[in-house]
Design a protein around this ligand. Sequence first.
Ligand code: CP
Ligand code: NVA
Length: 316
Amino acid sequence: MGNETQMELDLRGRDFLAMADYAPEEIRYLIDQAIELKRKQKAGEVYQPLKGKTLGMIFEKSSTRTRVSFEVGIYQLGGQGLFLSKNDIQMGRGETIWDTAQVMSRYLDGIMIRTFAHRNVIELARGATVPVINGLSDQSHPCQALADYQTILEKKGKLAGLKIAYIGDGNNVAHSLMMGAAKLGLHIAVATPEGYEPNPVETKMARDNAAKYGGQVTICRDPREAAEDADVVYTDVWASMGQEAEQREREVAFKGYQVNEALMKHAKPDYVFMHCLPAHRGEEVSEGVMDGEHSIVFDQAENRLHAQKAIMAATM
Ligand code: CP
Ligand code: NVA
C-alpha cells in the first residue's frame, strides 16, 4: 500500500466490531491517524474534535487497558466517558440489548462494549443508531489488533512481508490478529495444541482475505515451526476471561507452548515480543522474554490509547 493511505476517508457513523468489516485501506488509514494523534499528544497539541460528546462504556468483564485508554482517550478528544458496569445497569437485570441500544442512542454519541458472546456486540450495533465499538468479545478483539499493527509498523517501518508467530490459544486476540495480517499482507503462523486451534470459520475468513490481499495464514502444532524466522512473536493467556475453571486443564494442554528464551532462538535476531496483556508470567511467557530487550509490550499497551482515539475521532 502506497501513498493512497494518506487520503481522508469518511468513516463517520461506522461501527468498529471486527477487523473483517474494514477494508485494508481503512485499517491503514486508522493506523496512520493513530500515529498522527500520538504525535499531536506528545507535542502537547490540543485536538478536540469530540467536544461535548459522550462515549458509554459497557463492561461485562474486567479491564485495565481498555477501560483506562477509552476513558482517557475520549477525554483527550474533548468528550467524556461513562463507565457502565453491566451489573449497575438494567441490562444486568434482563432489559434486552435491543432496548438498551435504543435508549442509550438517545443520550450517547458512541458505545463501547466488552462482553462474552459476540452476538451481544452485533445485537447492540443493530439496535443502536450511534457507532458501536467492540472492546473485546469471546470472538474478537479488534481494538487490540489495530493497536498491535500500529506498534509493528512503528517498530519495523513496514507491515507487508513480515512474519508473525502467534503461539498459544487460538482465541479472540488470535482471530483479530489473523484477519489483520490477512488484510495488511503479513504472514501469520499460529501454533496451538490440538483442540485449541482458532475457530475454523475465522480461519477460513482470514485465509480468503489473505488470498485477496497478499497475506498468509498458517496453522501448525509445533511452536518452533511457527517461530522460525519470525519478525514478531506474540502470545496471550492460556485461559481467557470466562475460562477460569479450565485453568488447570489448559496448563497441561499448553505445556511446551511457553514463549521463552529457548524458543526465541528460532525467531529472527531482531524479533519483537508482543502480548496483549494481562500476562501470566511463567505460564505463557517466561519472565526473561517478558522483560527482555525484545519485549515491546508496554509500547503496545500505550498504543491502545492512540488507536482507539483514531477509531473514535473517525467514527463519532
Ligand atoms: N489487552 C486488554 O484488552 O487489556 P484489558 O483486559 O486490561 O482491557
Ligand atoms: N484472550 C484474553 C484477552 C484479554 C485482553 C481474554 O479474553 O481474556
